[in-house]
Write a protein that binds this ligand. Structure first.
Ligand SMILES: Nc1ncnc2c1ncn2[C@@H]1O[C@H](COP(=O)(O)OP(=O)(O)OP(=O)(O)O)[C@@H](O)[C@H]1O
Length: 386
């Protein structure tokens, strides 16, 4: 179907990128290397620097320090239109006075392609995002999902080697979001582009990406595969930002073959491979799917360890599962899921909270107080030279 051969996606590299707005440092030395053709999500809370980072790659935001390389070329001072990237930014909407076909043709006209080429490529891009036949419409005549697809067509029409997407599905309902998530992943694969995708939705980041960059307060908190972020969070912030569950604290102790975490109430939780110090403060993230519960009058079943006694605080029907919550005597709240309500249990019922012996918990060994959100900012080097 394509009128052009595929080109490999461009590797993208950021090295020590910092940005100040006035006295406020909003990016703190971002260094990141993403491989050709990979799909990377930039995830994090509001204001953590995701969009600004993407802006430095697009050329919409000028980095005050550091460099940006696209396809091994330093583009830090190169204008946006000369970076060979496609992007869908929330504040870079379709031109309302142009038809969809003209909107999609825009980047090609800027590149001075001839009419025949433009017509072929626009047709191809609209077909790819399944908007063929709607090129004559104006943006106001499209639904939210169709508008986002049209914006995507405009971003991919010139086959960019890097594609930057900033919360492209933010305004859409849940069903359409899920559908378009898969479409975006497929389209990115088809055109071989390297994708940087900003989202604050962890589910979106985990399900779409080859790797996730978790931002916190203008810095990278953790970078890794969705699997490693979920199963082996390195910090308390990562553990709690991604996925559900609770963080349990204790101290490290050596067992015959490895390490365990000893809880304040005496229970011992086996830890996966780790380099620990006897007595060190350690946390572990307990995910809902690791836990089950039984009556306190029942024995702990074979293959399971007691996590603690919990007092049921809530049982919430969520449709495909019931979210059960119980408070340990130490005050932490443990979550587990069942397919239905447990008939005899009510809020206030005491239960055994159980953890499979097979569960290898990854210890989090950072100090209890992580980096401070409002730590003093270093001086803006650009301000200094003014
Ligand atoms: N043009 C600007 N002028 C001043 N401050 C800005 C500007 N753009 C962004 N900021 C600030 O920079 C910080 C990072 O903003 P950014 O938009 O990158 O965060 P984000 O993680 O993308 O947030 P969100 O998920 O809400 O979009 C915020 O504190 C924001 O207020």
């Amino acid at each position: 179907m394509s009128s052009r051969p595929d080109r490999p996606g461009a590797p993208v590299q950021l090295s020590g990128v910092s940005k100040w707005y006035g006295a406020k440092q909003v990016l703190r030395g971002i260094s990141l290397s993403v491989a050709s053709g990979s799909f990377t999500s930039l995830l994090g809370p509001s204001g953590s620097g995701k969009t600004t980072t993407l802006g430095t790659v697009a050329g919409l935001v000028k980095a005050d320090q550091g460099s940006v390389l696209i396809d091994d070329r330093d583009v830090t001072r190169v204008k946006m239109e000369h970076r060979d990237i496609g992007f869908v930014f929330q504040n870079y909407a379709l031109f309302p006075h142009m038809t969809i076909a003209k909107n999609v043709a825009f980047p090609l006209r800027m590149r001075r392609l001839d009419r025949r080429q433009i017509s072929t490529l626009v047709h191809e891009a609209l077909e790819r995002v399944r908007l063929d036949g709607l090129g004559h419409r104006y943006p106001s005549e499209l639904s939210g999902g169709q508008s986002q697809r049209a914006a995507l067509a405009r971003a991919i029409v010139f086959r960019p080697r890097a594609l930057l997407l900033d919360e492209p599905l933010g305004a859409l309902d849940a069903a359409l979001r899920t559908y378009l998530q898969r479409e975006i992943v497929e389209i990115a694969r088809e055109i071989n582009a390297t994708v940087l995708y900003v989202t604050h939705d962890q589910q979106e980041a985990l399900s779409m990406s080859d790797q996730v960059v978790l931002f916190r307060d203008g810095a990278i908190e953790q970078f890794g595969t969705p699997h490693s972020l979920y199963h082996a969070p390195q910090t308390r912030f990562s553990a709690q930002f991604i996925g559900a569950g609770c963080l349990l604290d204790g101290v490290a102790a050596q067992t015959g073959g490895g390490w365990c975490l000893v809880r304040p109430t005496g229970e011992k939780l086996a830890l996966g491979n780790a380099d620990l110090t006897e007595g060190a403060a350690v946390g572990v993230q307990i995910r809902p799917e690791m836990v089950r519960a039984n009556e306190i009058s029942e024995p702990v079943p074979a293959g399971w360890n007691l996590l603690g006694i919990g007092r049921v605080t809530d049982m919430i029907f969520k449709g495909e599962y019931v979210q059960n919550l119980a408070e340990l005597t130490t005050g932490e709240c443990v979550e587990w899921r069942t397919t239905d309500m447990t008939p005899n249990w009510r809020p206030g019922t005491h239960v055994n909270l159980l953890l499979s012996e097979q569960t290898a918990l990854n210890p989090i060994v950072e100090p209890v107080a992580g980096p401070q959100i409002n730590e003093p900012v270093s001086a803006n080097p650009r301000a200094a030279v003014r």
